[in-house]
Design a protein around this ligand. Structure first.
Ligand code: ZN
Ligand code: ZN
Length: 151
């Protein structure tokens, strides 16, 4: 029985409907492109969000969304960036990884009470289900996401 899931495009942020079995296929075996911008729905890299696209991804995605709250002046954030990108390649397409620059978009950080960075927050169906602060390596990011029920 096929179920259709809402997947938000990481490029143009429009909501696509994708059959659930396509998401459970081995990574890299199924090409899924956005119906509007025709770019890959899963590009093996974190989506870069602003206020508007943050709300779209968090509220509309049927898969968990893990947001890395970071800032350009934060050394540990910059150190973690390649590990977070590597975790995206490991965890997609069962999870969406995304980044929110708290310096460029402070309202989102304030709304979610981000007190230190980097902080990763997992959202499901618009609600926060887990968070962790401090820089992690790729394997620890993937482990935390799976333990939190994200993959
Ligand atoms: Zn698109
Ligand atoms: Zn902004």
């Amino acid at each position: 029985m096929s179920e259709s899931l809402h997947i938000v495009c990481p490029h143009c942020h429009v909501t696509n409907r994708v059959a659930s079995e396509r998401l459970s296929a081995p990574p890299g075996t199924v090409q899924m492109d956005c119906g509007r911008c025709h770019r890959p729905l899963f590009a093996g890299e974190p989506a870069v969000l602003d206020e508007g696209s943050f709300v779209r991804h968090v509220e509309r995605s049927h898969i968990p969304v893990v947001v890395d709250f970071w800032a350009p002046w934060c050394g540990p954030c910059r150190t973690m960036a390649p590990a977070f990108a590597q975790a995206a390649r490991t965890l997609e397409p069962s999870v969406r990884l995304a980044k929110l620059d708290t310096e460029a978009h402070p309202a989102i950080g304030a709304r979610h009470a981000i007190r230190s960075i980097p902080t990763m927050v997992m959202f499901r169906q618009g609600r926060e289900v887990a968070r962790i602060s401090g820089a992690l390596g790729a394997a620890d990011i993937a482990r935390w996401v799976r333990t939190a029920g994200g993959a």
